[in-house]
Unconditional design. Structure first.
Length: 472
């Protein structure tokens, strides 16, 4: 009897209860527990509880008609897609419409969020704004879209977006451009300030003297010796563009260059100076004494002098950075930004609301900052001009590139560093296999018209104690 009752309580295939007419749900198979009359059980507490579940939610999730509902939803979606696949109205070129639709699909933001941002003047990322400005329609296309009086649901995706955006905010793309300018302004003006700072620090490095000046001194003496008896001889200075040609001047035996010779002489000079300074310290042992051979002493001086060139390369970091700055781009930053500020300010005269309040304060700050940066730019470029003239009188005139000095010095320092590395490599090899000395042997001397004798005979009498031993 009980079994028959249990079977009668099971849901029928029709899915409708004869008594209540409620939707039948999928069964949960379990074994029923009979309440014990002798003691209370957890089920007594639960049955008396206040919990209630959502009948409609359960019916939608576990009802027998769920499959039917799903099929209905699928049919609705199919109907929607069928409608969308019907011919749609294009107000712009179909190819452009397709490209605009692709851009819109890549935006991780809703149309409502875009409209809110347009009204508030903030809330969109630089990437989103850049994409939106790229799909800006022409004025003719905007006119056609705004004049459309048909069913907006029949518009293609791109036209539908443009229609709703422009209907709500006719100046939408003007605002997009203004908002994009605001997001890019700070990084751009900061980069400009950093470039100006790099130029000023580079000028300071070029006036710092040290080993760089000794290299120029060595080159000047070598050039005067090689040009002796000609109109180029007895020069008091030289155009720094000559630094680029030092590697092209080969020795008579073709085994080295003028650049290698000069660098090696300066390295020896620095090593000799450091050796003397080290030996003068109380309690220090001499680095190289009379017991050492001339060859070992020469190697010792070269080893001691090489770090000076390493320091030179690191101490001219801002000069190398300045060499990469494009002058035309540098001087165009302030005029371009000022023009953009003026254009946006003029367009804002037709705007109102939160967008106007948000942008107005920003543009006022831009104006004030650009005036300050423009004056700073004039000051720094004057420092660059004076530094150029410091190396070559009138070098800043005559149509020369204003930042050419940094480029020439950077290239020269790179060449010097390459020679330094070659000298260090030869020293390591000589130490490892006891090869012949780095300096040319008397059997095959390197000749630049007796430069070494010239250096010894033309030591400046008024130079400091450090430079008296240079190139001797």
């Amino acid at each position: 009897m009980e079994n028959r009752r249990s079977r009668a309580e099971e849901p029928s295939e029709e899915g409708v209860n004869k008594n209540g007419g409620q939707m039948k749900l999928k069964p949960l198979h379990w074994d029923k527990v009979i309440a014990n009359a002798d003691h209370s059980m957890v089920w007594n507490e639960i049955n008396d509880g206040s919990f209630r579940f959502d009948d409609e939610l359960m019916e939608s999730l576990f009802g027998y008609t769920t499959a039917c509902q799903n099929s209905t939803e699928k049919s609705k979606k199919a109907s929607y897609h069928q409608q969308r696949s019907l011919p749609q109205y294009h107000q712009i070129d179909p190819r452009k419409s397709q490209n605009v639709a692709i851009v819109l699909k890549s935006l991780a933001i809703s149309r409502k969020e875009i409209l809110d941002a347009l009204l508030d003047g903030r809330g969109l990322s630089a990437d989103t704004l850049e994409k939106l400005t790229k799909i800006c329609p022409t004025q003719e296309e905007i006119t056609r879209i705004l004049q459309f009086n048909g069913n907006p649901t029949k518009l293609a995706d791109a036209e539908s977006f443009l229609y709703h955006i422009l209907k709500a905010v006719p100046s939408a793309f003007i605002r997009f451009n203004a908002m994009l300018f605001r997001t890019t302004y700070d990084p751009e003006i900061l980069h400009h300030k950093q470039c100006l700072q790099t130029l000023e620090l580079g000028c300071k490095e070029l006036r710092s003297g040290g080993v760089f000046f000794k290299l120029l001194e060595a080159i000047l003496k070598a050039g005067n010796r090689m040009n002796a008896g000609t109109t180029r001889g007895n020069a008091q200075g030289f155009n720094l563009t000559a630094l680029r040609r030092l590697s092209d001047v080969k020795s008579t035996n073709g085994k080295t260059t003028l650049l290698h010779f000069v660098v090696e002489q300066v390295v020896r000079s620095e090593g000799r100076r450091r050796s003397i300074n080290t030996n003068r310290k109380p309690g220090d042992h001499p680095v190289s004494g009379t017991k050492n051979s001339n060859e070992e002493q020469d190697r010792e001086h070269l080893m001691l002098g090489l770090p000076a060139l390493e320091d030179l390369n690191s101490n001219f970091g801002n000069v190398k950075k300045a060499a990469t700055i494009d002058y035309d781009s540098l001087i165009s930053v302030c005029p371009v930004l000022t023009t953009r500020v003026d254009e946006i300010k003029q367009l804002l005269s037709l705007e109102s609301g939160g967008f106007l309040r948000e942008m107005k304060g920003f543009l006022e700050d831009c104006r004030e900052e650009l005036n300050v940066v423009r004056e700073e730019e004039k000051r720094v470029m004057e420092v660059v001009r004076k530094t150029t003239d410091y190396y070559q009188a009138g070098g800043s005139k005559g149509g020369n590139h204003p930042l050419q000095l940094f480029v020439i010095v950077k290239d020269f320092l790179n060449n010097v560093d390459q020679v330094r590395a070659e000298i260090a490599k030869k020293l390591q090899k000589r130490k490892a296999d006891s090869s012949p000395p780095l300096s040319p042997t008397p059997r095959s001397p390197v000749r630049f018209q007796n430069l070494e004798l010239y250096f010894r005979a033309h030591r400046p009498g008024t130079s400091s104690s450090d430079s008296e031993d240079d190139f001797s």
